[in-house]
Design a protein around this ligand. Sequence first.
Ligand code: NAD
Length: 395
Amino acid sequence: MIIAPRIRGFICTTAHPAGCAANVHEQVGLVRSQAPLSSNARNVLVVGASGGYGLASRIAAAFGGGAATLGVSFERQPTATRTATAGWYNNIAFEEAAKAQGLYATTLDGDAFSDEMKGTVTERIRSDMGEIDLLIYSLASPVRQHPRNGQRYRSSIKPLGETVHIKTVNVEKGDVHEVDLAPASEEEAASTVAVMGGEDWEMWVDALAEAGLMAKGFRTVSYNYLGSELTWPIYRNGTLGRAKEDLDRAAKALMARLANLPGEARVVTLKAIVSQASSAIPVVPLYTSLLFRVMKDARVHEEIIEHIHRLFATQLADGARMNLDEQGRIRMDDWELADDIQEEVRRRWSLVTSENLAQLGDLEGVRADFLKIFGFGLDGVDYSTDQDPALGRMV
Ligand code: NAD
């Protein structure tokens, strides 16, 4: 079948197998063009491995550091009439590329929040890998079925306290307008913490500890976004921010638990990117569009893989002097939050309208990054040729 993008709101319901593979190969190529990473992380577990920051982390660990990787993701297989989700194709492309380099790579698809998946993963580590040196926690999910109390929690992306009146953009239409975002109830805020907070990260570390699968010097990182004050009303001061505060709590608790191993747990604050998860957050695409223009003009813009490669090369490398803040988080958002960048983004934010967005911002770049997630718009891919959505596999 010929596969074209089918966009519904902030999601694309189709994915292009060859385009997703090209996206993975592009990232692999970038990592391989850099000096090898000096890393002791031989065995790496990535939870949330099939897209965005998790996929880039897996690529950096494998192709930069020569690591064996086990990935966990929640992706949809193709059917006779429907393509798979992009992550499903990404996983296949990653595994094939890794195996071609003689690197161990296995992906387990299913619900990372469940005890069952944790059990399957620990069994697989024991049989195939030995011990884990690095656990990357890069999950972004709208729901969590709690494995102990059986409750199904749903996250809300809302402000806290009062209604927020703020600028946003409809990415498809390009119209900049103001919206009223109603605040979350306490219950919605608590549910968001249950989904996106630190409890599941702790459960993953506990599962590895109980199974005796953590190597000496074990490290784990969980990804966070703090961002600019322009997005604070919906992000940092909202339900997501509350959930992410819980990551800081979890990091401290894990640090204490890992001290004797010895091991380490840290939150990493990363820059704003276009991902499936971030596209669903109101306000963020407008901010990202202005930010990308300003960072590109200042020549400090990074693609996802460049950003993550810098994390591995400068912060996670052996003996690296980490750029830590007062909470002990690894700060990778320093380029985004630099005073000159933020000052310029703030100036443009106050001026931006539907008419001048093309000059002040990089909506085209945001749109291109969005399509790329689903395998569209990649160089060297012939989108007019027939694709086998099942990639010839029985599904
Ligand atoms: P993404 O949507 O690109 O990827 C999410 C991953 O989680 C996918 O691999 C998906 O399959 C997996 N997943 C979702 N639910 C799952 C489940 N129940 N079981 C197993 N796997 C599941 O997300 P992203 O934007 O790369 O976000 C990853 C992390 O990075 C998040 O913690 C996010 O807050 C953080 N972060 C994102 C940004 C940004 O701008 N996107 C910035 C800084 C930090």
